[in-house]
Design a protein. Structure first.
Length: 418
């Protein structure tokens, strides 16, 4: 067991690293909306590009992992992550929104490798009956990275300078151009540092000796596609339910966090983005506390029961944010993050629970692909906001949590009483 501790620490650190990348996007949406003069739908393409990368790369990542092992998949993922972060520098120099979206796509491809390998690995490190709790504990380090990402964005990307449309109209063309360029260049140094740190971490993992059980390639892995494993998974109603639930969960989480700053600014007029980011930080703190609290509760409450209760509570909280826009609605969204905390790892663990090695690896790739929900639902929320209001857009996560509650209810009914 002693040989596992260092690799385990390195793997758990990945949850921190991809948490920071994910939630820096929430800052980028507000930043790019200002720097490139975008509407909510266009700004939401930040998440669309990011989660499209997850969707397209997750299955190749699973195939790569089966062929070359966990360690190689992690190193390759960190390399892509680092390269994508470094691409922010030339993207800012050219002031090209499309190049930023491509850089985010590359980062997401790297994170798809990391998540596809790290999540199933954690479920294997111990007794099967505690796999869900163990994954929740590992995922508890993810919001720490998320908080770090928001703080980096709040203090090193947001300038605090926000001109009204009237002030911008009164500027000369040269003054407006200089302002937009300064806001665009604000992302360069933070992402340069991130890229260097991530690539250094890849070298550290490369130099670390992992136990054979982590890096070994199973003899049956290559026959996963040909042996009907995919068909078996897609005929399994329980697994399909997990896929759909994960799709709507990621969409709800990304949607709430991506538009928190916009929600605050739209419903609490005059609030600058730098101050509105405090609400997002509060959400992430609630999320982190919820991860540890949820893990502790699972000693006494079956994970599927806790999933149902938390999803039902979030339906109420998000509907409240729709009906009561303003400070109380913003605090309801913050509370919502506490109850979102257990959802991703619990749904993931329920999806791979009791499956053989090939099914677990292929199923892991499919579950990571559902992260495309972050692209789809965020774009829908942006479109609703443009045509109605940001508070009305919160109906999308409300419906998503209702679907998750239904999944948990059906799984609870299908399982023996715990």
């Amino acid at each position: 067991m002693g040989r596992i501790w260092l690799p385990l620490v390195l793997i758990v650190s990945l949850f921190f690293l991809w948490g920071g990348a994910n939630n820096l996007n929430d800052v980028l949406i507000a930043q790019f909306k200002k720097a490139f003069v975008l509407n909510d739908f266009q700004a939401g393409l930040v998440q669309s590009a990011f989660y499209l990368g997850y969707f397209l790369i997750a299955m190749p990542a699973g195939i790569y992992m089966r062929r070359f092992g966990y360690k190689s998949a992690v190193i390759f993922g960190l390399t892509l992550y680092g390269i994508g972060a470094l691409l922010f520098w030339p993207a800012a120099e050219r002031a090209t929104y499309g190049m930023f979206l491509f850089a985010l796509f590359v980062i997401a491809g790297g994170l798809a490798f990391l998540e596809t390998s790290a999540n199933p690995f954690v479920t294997l490190l111990g007794p099967p009956e505690t796999a869900t709790r163990r994954l929740n504990l590992a995922q508890a380090f993810n919001p720490l990275g998320s908080i770090a990402g928001i703080l980096i964005g709040q203090h090193f990307i947001f300038s605090g300078i926000e001109h009204t449309p009237e002030q911008l109209a009164a500027m000369s063309e040269a003054e407006r151009t200089a302002y937009y360029l300064s806001e665009t260049h604000a992302v360069q140094w933070p992402y340069l540092v991130i890229g260097i740190v991530v690539l250094a971490w890849a070298l550290l993992i490369l130099a670390t000796r992992f136990p054979r059980m982590i890096t070994a390639h199973t003899a049956t892995a290559s026959s996963a596609m040909n042996g009907g494993v995919m068909g078996k998974l897609l005929r399994d109603k329980s697994f399909i339910g997990a896929l759909l639930s994960q799709f709507f969960y990621v969409g709800a989480q990304v949607g709430v966090w991506s538009y928190t700053i916009r929600y605050v600014q739209a419903t609490m007029h005059g609030t600058p983005a730098k101050l509105a980011a405090n609400f997002l930080t509060t959400e992430l703190v609630c999320f982190m506390i919820g991860r540890f609290a949820g893990t502790a509760l699972m000693k006494y409450v079956a994970p599927v029961r806790l999933l149902f209760a938390f999803a039902a509570i979030n339906v109420v909280l998000t509907l409240y944010a729709v009906v009561h826009p303003g400070s109380s609605g913003a605090y309801a969204l913050a509370a919502c993050s506490f109850f979102m905390s257990v959802m991703y790892p619990t749904i993931f663990a329920l999806g791979v629970e009791g499956r053989g090695d090939d099914e677990r690896k292929l199923g892991s790739g499919l579950l990571v692909m559902t992260i495309i929900g972050g692209a789809v639902l965020t774009a829908i929320m942006g479109a609703i906001s443009d045509h109605s209001s940001m508070s009305d857009a919160m109906i999308v996560p409300a419906l998503s949590f209702a679907i998750i509650a239904l999944f948990a209810w059906r799984r609870r009914a299908a399982r023996s009483p715990v």
